[in-house]
Design a binder for this molecule. Structure first.
Ligand code: SF4
Length: 281
């Protein structure tokens, strides 16, 4: 939940309402996918909500597994998440590895663009096996507040004594793999019938799967369309710019919903923006 948003916003708007609605794994497992997606609406990374739901079903009880193997067998849980659950949830000796912590490890050990394997080896080596909770929390705090990207505070850093990188922290970096995501130009069609109902389709597949939304096309016959406005949305792997059009389909019924019904359905941020355009016209 914290991937894109501040802690205070997430806590009040998403985390607490989510736990109120699904207070246990069995309650989450028993929920319909659409209810889970609606509770997640606005957070992005919708695949996580689907995995969370699938994982709750797969666990089949209210007890989260407490071994690495059992956690890794659940959908959506990779090595870092499994380690975080074990260290923070069960106080077991596993190191956590997030972006800030990678930077601290690179500087502390003097590593220039190390491989993931090397980073995990160093993380295991440095871990305080007696106090994994406190150790991981302290390392994350150091990464966020002391060993910062541009102005590390080496003089007050508790790792200062043995840190290899303290003389030139900028020289030790994690390999950057991310390129600027491409932009896709699309036309989005809002179909409407004679009862002013609008057409929505539930998406499947990995990207925004489970959410409902308006249809998107790379090209279209512009002459039959009414222009509603422009929308933009940035995703992790591409940025989208789209022109939104309305097209009348007089007697169509299947897949059409009233504005009120559409507002109550789990929509992505982009589709919420389009729905606001529809409301204005
Ligand atoms: S001593 Fe400086 S470079 Fe080393 S971990 Fe601390 S803040 Fe980072």
């Amino acid at each position: 939940m914290l991937q894109q948003t501040q802690v205070a916003t997430v806590k009040q708007r998403f985390y607490e309402p989510f736990l109120q609605q699904f207070p246990s794994l069995s309650k989450l497992a028993a929920a319909k996918e659409q209810e889970v997606m609606k509770a997640w609406e606005g957070l992005g990374y919708y695949r996580r909500a689907r995995y969370l739901h699938k994982a709750a079903k797969q666990i089949g009880s209210d007890k989260l597994p407490d071994t690495l193997e059992a956690l890794l067998a659940l959908p959506g849980i990779g090595r870092n998440t499994a380690h975080a659950i074990l260290a923070f949830g069960f106080e077991k000796p596993y190191p956590v590895m997030e972006a800030n912590l990678k930077r601290v490890l690179c500087r502390y050990y003097g590593l220039v663009e190390p491989s993931e394997t090397e980073l995990w080896q160093k993380a295991d080596q440095l871990l305080d096996k007696q106090y994994p909770f406190e150790y991981n929390q302290a390392m994350m705090d150091i990464g966020a507040m002391v060993c910062t990207v541009n102005s590390p505070s080496c003089l007050v850093c508790p790792l200062n004594q043995a840190c290899v990188g303290k003389l030139d922290p900028a020289a030790y970096k994690v390999k950057k793999t991310s390129k600027k995501p491409p932009t896709k130009n699309r036309i989005i069609i809002v179909k409407q019938n004679s009862q002013h109902q609008i057409y929505l389709k539930q998406r499947d597949g990995e990207f925004l799967g489970g959410l409902w939304g308006f249809e998107q096309f790379e090209v279209a016959d512009i002459d039959t369309l009414v222009y509603l406005g422009d929308v933009k949305q940035t995703y992790s792997h591409f940025a989208l710019k789209a022109k939104v059009y309305k097209q009348y389909h007089e007697d169509a019924k299947k897949g059409y919903y009233s504005y009120q019904q559409a507002s109550a359905m789990p929509l992505s941020k982009l589709d919420q923006k389009i729905l606001s355009l529809v409301e204005k016209h």
